[in-house]
Design a protein around this ligand. Structure first.
Ligand code: ADP
Length: 615
């Protein structure tokens, strides 16, 4: 057996013992209660019966006294042998006896012999019989009221005798006697639902509702009592047998119980609640036996009720206990689920933390990569700047070296001409030198103009002026490439923009065109200015290789170049595009039908400034 089931069995055993204990206590308690309650009813009934018996006796007690006063009785007792008086007395006693319902009414002379009686004409008449042995005679002869219960010696019937002295002056001359029969009172006792009996001082049952119990004894009689009974001839000694039930036994409830065979049925012995009450005046005791069947039923009902309540309580208790156990189980299940959940959450959190750490590491890597990229870009820009500087230095040295070489040659020739006395030729050469220096000065001026920091604002600027200045700056390159650009432009055209920035844009477009036509046999470059009232266009065309399809979309992107490393940075067009945009204009690129590229700068036409207009 598992320890749990042992514990359960033990628990049930203990509960059963407790239940039996509780039922036992309930039984004892309800038994005591019900018996006490029944006894209360019995005592009330007893009081009633005592009063009834007293009433019965009371009806006869005064009669002998009254009869003793009667003149006829006195006359008879003065002359007891007078037959006329006897006859008159007999009739008188018979009338009284009948009227009062007494058993017998008679007169004793001073010796105790009955001289007249109500039953004078019956066979078992008292007349002529001596009753000096009866205590009621001696009591009356002593001048007292006599009273005595006894079995009639003549009639064989029980009765209560009352007697009174008949006086003639101070002398007691006889005794009047009335015997009350028990039939009527016993009939009344029998009408009661209980068994009732009345015992005399010795313990002989004088009156009883149960016929079998009459003149039985409830205890063995001692010798003195027996002697007295014999002397008084109160009862027939031989008939005085004990009753067939024992003395009442004390019950734990405090009441007394007795088992006896009841009257009015020949059923088996039954249990009775025993009660008694003393009738001190008579020296009697009234006993009452109450059937306990009703009480027992009540006790059983109460016990059954207690047991049902106990059962109900046990059921409710079991139910509550089961509910509680289920609740505890459910709580522990929930706790387990909570623990599992917490564990899962912890695991997930750990996973997340790991993922986070990985992500952080990745971010750090990305940042490092970005940093690397930026550094590479910076380096690239730096390289680009250096390349541009190199290009510019090369261009400048080319621009300046050419005239410088020419000047040196002209100067050397001039010296030689002067030595030979060819002054005119020398002069011509010096004039050429002067022209060349003038051109160099102009170049320098343009350079400084170009180097000036561009202003951010837009103004009316001369597009034609900017164009010519730029071409002047590029003259060296144009001549080197042996190209004379075709210019189709009005005398003047004013647009909104910045002079230097506009120069930059034109220079970029022209140098790109020069780069494009480098490989051509017959390179051509044409620049047209179309001035309108709203817009003014500058169109730069070449007969180069043109722009390839995919490049057309990217040429304005920064750092886009198709040129060899060191040749181009890919910034020129992107800067130009932004400059034109700043001017509120547009820069467009396309391929010419006949081959080569066309770049169109569209700018807002501006009014000529006052001083320019004046010129
Ligand atoms: P870079 O001249 O330094 O390459 P640009 O931004 O000025 O930078 O030019 C970008 C590219 O556009 C050139 O590399 C070239 O491929 C193309 N491009 C510009 N102008 C012309 C042109 N006139 N004809 C053909 N391609 C051109």
């Amino acid at each position: 057996m598992r320890p749990q089931s042992i514990r359960r069995t033990l628990g049930f055993g203990l509960l059963a013992v407790a239940a039996v204990g509780v039922i036992g206590v309930a039984y004892r308690w309800s038994e005591a209660y019900v018996l006490r309650d029944t006894a209360g009813l019995g005592r009330a009934a007893m009081t009633l019966h005592v009063e009834n018996i007293r009433g019965w006796l009371g009806r006869y007690r005064a009669l002998p006294h009254v009869y003793a006063q009667d003149a006829h009785m006195k006359a008879l007792l003065r002359d007891p042998a007078n037959p006329a008086l006897i006859a008159a007395a007999n009739r008188q006693l018979e009338v009284w006896n009948m009227a009062t319902g007494a058993a017998d009414t008679y007169v004793l002379d001073r010796t105790g012999t009955a001289i007249a009686a109500s039953n004078w004409d019956q066979e078992a008449t008292f007349v002529g019989r001596n009753y000096a042995f009866r205590p009621y005679y001696s009591q009356a002869m002593q001048g007292r009221l006599g009273r005595f219960f006894a079995l009639g010696t003549q009639s064989g019937k029980r009765g209560y005798y009352f007697s009174h002295p008949v006086r003639d002056g101070n002398e007691i001359i006889g005794v009047t006697v009335v015997k009350a029969g028990v039939a009527a009172i016993e009939e009344e006792l029998r009408a009661s639902p209980h068994e009732i009996y009345v015992t005399g001082p010795a313990g002989v049952i004088l009156l009883a509702s149960h016929p079998d119990w009459r003149l039985k004894t409830i205890q063995p009689l001692d010798e003195t009592a027996l002697d007295r009974i014999r002397a008084n001839r109160q009862f027939e000694i031989d008939r005085l047998k004990p009753v067939d039930f024992g003395p009442p036994a004390q019950h734990p409830s405090g009441e007394k119980l007795v088992v006896a065979r009841p009257d009015r049925s020949d059923s088996a012995p039954r249990e009775f609640l025993y009660l008694s009450q003393a009738m001190t005046v008579e020296g009697w005791t009234l006993h009452l036996l109450m059937d306990t069947r009703v009480a027992r039923t009540q006790i059983l009902t109460a016990v059954l009720l207690a047991a049902s309540l106990l059962l109900a309580a046990a059921l409710v208790g079991t139910l509550v206990w089961q509910r509680r156990r289920r609740l505890v189980e459910r709580l522990s299940e929930r706790e387990q689920a909570q623990i599992t959940l917490e564990r899962t959450v912890n695991e997930r959190t750990a996973d997340l933390r790991t993922a986070n750490l990985l992500l952080e590491a990745e971010v750090v890597e990305r940042k490092a990569a970005e940093e690397e990229l930026r550094r590479a870009q910076t380096e690239l820009i730096q390289a680009g700047k250096l390349a541009a500087l190199g290009q510019m230095a090369a261009a400048l040295s080319h621009e300046f070296n050419q005239p410088l070489t020419a000047i040196r040659t002209y100067a050397d020739n001039a010296i030689a001409f002067l030595e030979r006395g060819r002054d005119d030729d020398a002069q011509t050469n010096i004039g050429r030198i002067s022209k060349l220096t003038e051109r160099m000065a102009e170049l320098s001026k343009h350079l400084s103009n170009f180097a000036r920091k561009p202003r951010d604002t837009v103004d009316a600027v001369s597009l034609i002026g900017a164009l010519h200045e730029t071409l002047e700056l590029l003259r060296g390159r144009l001549e080197a490439a042996d190209i004379e650009p075709l210019i189709d432009a009005p005398d003047n055209a004013w647009v909104l923009g910045g002079h230097v920035r506009l120069q930059h844009v034109i220079m970029n477009l022209v140098t790109n065109a020069l780069d494009a036509v480098r490989e051509q046999d017959r390179p051509q470059l044409s620049i047209a200015v179309q001035a309108g009232p709203q817009e003014t266009r500058l169109v730069v065309e070449d007969n180069g290789q043109g722009i390839s399809g995919e490049s057309l979309e990217q040429i304005f992107d920064p750092f886009f170049t198709t040129k060899e490393v060191g040749q181009g940075l890919g910034l020129g067009l992107s800067i130009s595009f932004n400059i034109v945009k700043d001017f509120g204009g547009t820069l467009r690129a396309e391929n010419r039908q006949e081959g080569g590229a066309r770049f169109t700068v569209t700018l807002q036409t501006a009014a000529a400034p006052a001083e320019a207009a004046a010129e």
